[in-house]
Design a protein around this ligand. Structure first.
Ligand SMILES: Nc1ncnc2c1ncn2[C@@H]1O[C@H](COP(=O)(O)OP(=O)(O)OP(=O)(O)O)[C@@H](O)[C@H]1O
Ligand SMILES: [Mg+2]
Length: 340
């Protein structure tokens, strides 16, 4: 067994972390409160060897938690001093507190380490998710998209080649062509939602404008945009802002029944500020947070936390919703946003 002298105070020079070898039997004996006098065998249990000659009396108080031996506190006295039962009691109570404090500190440290691991994992998952989205998007574009275009072309040719007197067949082909065309449009929408090429090609401002334009088209809402993101943003920050606004607008479209929506992305004092506000039905934020199968708000919160930002949702039934996000401006990396 080896014990570690972790701290000391009083007459001693400060003790840096120091290992003290001790036999299993000694360790067992240390589990009992001891009062050791100079010259007695109990002095063997004094962890600091120089104490044995330095102090005529040493007290040992074990530190135990749920029956487990966690350590020992030792006191050295400059005169011979037998302890009294009351003092033993008092020291045992103090030792109990020390153990609880040490255990709490250990749990807090473990928790912080676990949180760090989870955060790192979540960051990796977001990266993997983005990569997978891009992969699916390009598969859809290169495979499904191309096949659909071929099908449309074939249907057009068949339709054109069908004699006028086969009205039934002609209308069937026309219907199939129309369905293929709407599937092509839907596939393009999916491709762009999965991996917004406009974000890479034209920049964040243009990509956000496109998101807003789509919402305007699909829902009868008035949208006001105030977009002034910082000029130079890395790919990670641009993607994060785009995904955050995308989720906010998806919620507005699906849940809010709003008539007016304000979207603003600005920057000041080294922070990016993002705010999406609607005048829709609103909701109880705590209830939404506990909702099973709803990941949008939780995902946004996590994404923001990963970037070291702040996330707030203000909402009440009947009073609209305001999502406010503050992100620290990342260190400049990558090309300036072409849309800014
Ligand atoms: N702008 C909004 N207006 C009204 N209700 C909203 C709004 N945003 C969120 N909510 C409510 O909060 C709930 C949780 O939203 P959240 O985005 O977490 O999940 P979701 O949209 O239901 O599902 P998903 O996981 O697909 O995003 C929603 O189900 C809705 O009831
Ligand atoms: Mg959602």
């Amino acid at each position: 067994y080896s014990l570690r002298v972790a701290a000391s105070c009083g007459a001693l020079e400060p003790v840096a972390e120091q290992r003290v070898d001790c036999s299993a039997a000694a360790w067992r004996r240390l589990a009992q409160a001891q009062c050791a006098m100079a010259g007695s065998r109990r002095m063997d249990l004094v962890l600091q060897p120089n104490w044995r000659s330095r102090f005529p009396t040493c007290w040992s108080v074990p530190l135990t938690l749920d029956g487990r031996r966690m350590g020992v506190i030792q006191f050295g006295f400059s005169k011979t001093y037998e302890w009294l039962p009351r003092e033993v009691e008092l020291l045992s109570a103090a030792a109990e507190r020390c153990v609880l404090a040490a255990e709490k500190a250990r749990l807090v440290r473990d928790l912080a380490a676990r949180e760090g691991q989870i955060r790192e994992l979540a960051g990796r998952m977001l990266e993997v998710e983005e990569r997978e989205r891009r992969r699916i998007s390009s598969e859809l574009h290169d495979e499904t998209g191309q096949s659909l275009l071929c099908i449309r072309l074939q249907l057009e040719m068949l339709e054109a080649a069908t004699p006028e007197n086969c009205a039934h067949l002609k209308s069937g082909l026309s219907e199939a062509r129309a369905l293929t065309e709407s599937t092509i449009v839907e596939t393009r929408r999916l491709i762009s939602a999965l991996s917004p090429a406009v974000l890479q090609q034209l920049g964040l401002t243009a990509a956000l404008r496109q998101l807003a334009a789509r919402l305007r088209q699909s829902h009868q809402m008035k949208l006001k945009l105030h977009l002034a993101p910082p000029r130079e943003l890395g790919e990670q920050a641009k993607t994060a802002i785009y995904r955050l606004v995308q989720e906010c607008l998806s919620n507005v479209a699906r849940h809010s029944s709003a008539l007016n929506v304000n979207i603003s992305v600005t920057s000041a004092d080294g922070r990016i500020r993002l705010c999406v506000e609607d005048d829709g039905v609103g909701f109880r934020v705590e209830e939404a947070a506990a909702k099973r199968g709803s990941f949008g708000l939780a995902g946004m919160r996590e994404r923001v936390a990963l970037l070291g930002g702040k996330f707030h949702v203000h909402s009440q039934p009947g009073q609209g919703t305001r999502v406010c996000i503050g992100l620290p401006l990342p260190v400049k990396r990558g090309r300036p946003d072409p849309g800014s």
